[in-house]
Design a protein around this ligand. Structure first.
Ligand code: GLN
Length: 244
C-alpha cells in the first residue's frame, strides 16, 4: 500500500503550522507500514492526476493568493478537475480553501478567481476572525468535534452543492454569521482550521487517509493505532478552545 501526497504550493501556502498536516499524514501512514511519497508542487509545475491520491493546499496571505490563483488557472486547473474525477482527495485550509471556491473578492474589491471545485465564494470582511475554533463535525466524519485555530477576514458562503464540514460551537467559521464551518463536495474538503488541525484531531486525519487510499482499494480500512497521546492533545485543545 502506498499513498502519494501532492503538496500544493508549499512555499506560498503554509501558514500557522499547516505543513504539520503533511507530517501528520506521513507519520500515521508510516506507523502502519504504508509508504508515503510527498511531491511538492510549486509554481509553474504541472500535475499528473493519475499518480496522486491526496492533495494538501494550505493557507496564505492575499498577495500569495493572487500569484497562486494565476498559476492554478495556467498550469493546474484541468489536472485538478481530472483528479477529482479519479477520486483523489483534496484537503485545503483558509487561503487554499478560498481558491478552491469560485472566487475571493478582496477588501479592495478585486476578484481573485478560484477553481470552482467547491460551490462557495468568499468576500473580504472588515473584521479579522481570529482565535481558537471548535466545530461539531458533519455526521459522515468519525471525529465528533474538530478543533483548530482560525485567522481570516474572508467570509465564505456555501452554495447548494457544497455541505458544511461542521457546525460552529466556538469561534466564527465560514463567515461568522450562519454557524457553518468548511465545505465538502465530492472528495474536496475545505476549512478554516489551522493548527495543524490533523495533529490535534487524529480521527479526522485517518478519515482523510482512508478516503484517499480507498481510491485504489474501495473497502480499504486503516489499522487502529495507540492514540492515547493524540487523544490527550485533542482533549486539551478542546478545553483551551473554551478560553480564548
Ligand atoms: N487571505 C485570506 C483571509 O484573510 C486567507 C488567510 C489565511 O490563509 N490565513 O481571509
Amino acid at each position: 500500500m502506498k499513498l502519494t501526497i501532492g503538496w500544493l504550493y508549499p512555499k506560498q501556502m503554509s501558514t500557522y503550522g499547516d505543513r504539520g498536516n503533511v507530517l501528520t499524514i506521513f507519520k500515521r501512514c508510516e506507523w502502519r507500514n504504508i509508504k508515503v511519497d510527498v511531491l511538492e508542487i510549486d509554481l509553474k509545475e504541472r500535475i499528473d492526476p493519475k499518480s496522486i491520491d491526496f492533495y494538501f493546499f494550505g493557507g496564505g496571505q492575499d498577495v500569495a493568493q493572487v500569484e497562486v490563483s494565476n498559476d492554478l488557472h495556467k498550469y493546474k486547473k484541468e489536472a485538478l478537475f481530472e483528479a477529482v474525477k479519479l477520486k483523489a482527495t483534496i484537503f485545503s485550509i483558509c487561503g487554499g480553501y478560498q481558491l478552491l471556491g469560485k472566487y475571493y473578492k478582496t477588501f479592495e474589491s478585486s476578484e481573485i478567481p478560484g477553481l470552482g471545485l467547491l460551490d462557495a465564494f468568499t468576500v473580504a470582511g472588515d473584521k479579522r476572525m481570529i482565535g481558537n475554533i471548535m466545530i461539531e463535525a458533519n455526521s459522515s466524519i468519525p471525529e465528533k468535534n474538530i478543533v483548530g485555530f482560525e485567522n481570516h477576514s474572508g467570509k465564505t458562503y456555501l452554495g447548494k452543492n457544497a455541505v458544511a464540514l461542521g457546525r460552529v460551537v466556538i469561534g466564527n467559521g465560514n463567515n461568522g454569521e450562519d454557524r457553518t464551518e468548511g465545505a465538502m463536495q465530492d472528495n474536496v474538503i475545505g476549512c478554516y482550521l489551522h493548527g495543524p488541525v490533523l495533529a490535534k484531531n487524529p480521527k479526522f486525519a485517518d478519515y482523510l487517509i482512508e478516503k484517499a487510499l480507498s481510491r485504489k482499494n474501495k473497502d480499504f480500512k486503516l489499522k487502529k493505532l495507540d492514540d492515547s497521546l493524540e487523544k490527550a492533545t485533542h482533549e486539551t485543545a478542546i478545553e483551551r478552545s473554551h478560553n480564548p
